[in-house]
Design a protein around this ligand. Structure first.
Ligand code: ZN
Length: 306
């Protein structure tokens, strides 16, 4: 298969499919072309009966820094012209008002992520570096997450864009209910160690070992009879669904669209998120993302005098 934004290969007589996001210079930011190719790769791995485990990983120093909001390639595929990605004229892309964004985000961010979560194979996200915002969505779609020691996890859209979280709102299940509020309201991150402690991450490997140890881990799981591994996955996903996961995702997505509509209305249709004109911070004055720590309001603030 020929891809521009990702790589697809299989190993171990096709028992393991490796899908690699391949925009390392943009820290694997998700542009439309990448998401469409990722969907094709997941479909190919799903259709191939030899594949038992799918590993999703990112080239370079970061698994995925989120949606692509500003690269040259992103702009070229968005705006009308020869480089426009055809899907910008589908799935609500030609409609007006809130309907346009609703349709596009529903298809590419909510429905696709849910579909990937329910692929009938075991999926493993192998992550490193900052995994921010929509980076979390891709990772959360997978059954298992392994990380290296450089990995940090944050949804910064609340503190940076005036938004109530990314489109696939799995935060309460992944972080825990109160921790989800803390992380969204502060924009702080979890370290790989923290993520292991709360059960979001299954293994934390040294950076130099991430690639090999991920494959070793995938091999262990590929040894199970596929009927057992698939039913284990479905049982757990259905338990989560019985807790109201799907309903909560759907409600959160509607609130997410309300949030976009708010900024669109205030900005007269110019901006879908908070901008400096409406109280947002520009990039130069944004404080860095810091890990959440137990004993400080913010990890890099000085310790208060006592
Ligand atoms: Zn959105």
């Amino acid at each position: 298969m020929n891809f521009n934004w990702i790589e697809y290969e299989t190993i171990d007589d096709s028992a393991i499919a490796l899908i690699t996001l391949n925009r390392p210079r943009q820290r694997n930011a998700q542009n439309r072309g990448l998401l469409v190719e990722l969907d094709e790769a997941f479909a190919a791995a799903s259709a191939d009966d030899a594949v038992r485990v799918i590993v999703l990983r990112g080239a370079g120093t970061s698994f995925s820094a989120g949606h692509d909001l500003g690269s040259r390639e992103h702009l070229a595929e968005r705006v009308p012209g020869p480089g426009q990605h055809p899907t910008y004229l589908q799935f609500g892309g030609t409609r007006a008002g809130v309907e346009r964004m609703w349709g596009q985000e529903r298809h590419f961010y909510l429905e696709k992520t849910k579909q990937w979560r329910d692929i009938q194979k075991i999926t493993i996200a192998s992550v490193q570096g900052p995994v921010y915002a929509a980076g979390l969505m891709l990772m959360w779609a997978c059954d298992l997450i392994v990380a290296d020691t450089t990995a940090t996890f944050a949804d910064v859209v609340g503190t940076r864009l005036g938004m109530c979280g990314v489109e696939y709102f799995a935060h309460p299940w992944e972080f825990g209910f109160r921790r989800a509020k803390d992380l969204l309201l502060t924009g702080d991150s979890l370290t790989a160690e923290d993520a292991y402690r709360i059960g979001m991450v299954s293994r934390v490997f040294e950076s130099a070992a991430l690639v090999d140890s991920t494959i070793e881990y995938a091999r262990r799981i590929a040894e199970l009879p596929s009927v057992a591994s698939t039913l284990i996955k479905n049982q757990v996903n259905e338990a989560q669904d019985a807790q109201g996961f799907g309903q909560a995702l759907s409600s959160a997505f509607a609130l997410h669209q309300l949030n976009h509509a708010h900024w669109l209305m205030l900005s007269g249709g110019d901006a879908t998120v908070q901008t400096p004109d409406f109280g947002g911070r520009d990039r130069s004055t944004q404080r860095p993302v810091v890990p959440t720590v137990k004993s400080r309001a913010r990890a890099d603030d000085p310790q208060p005098e006592v």
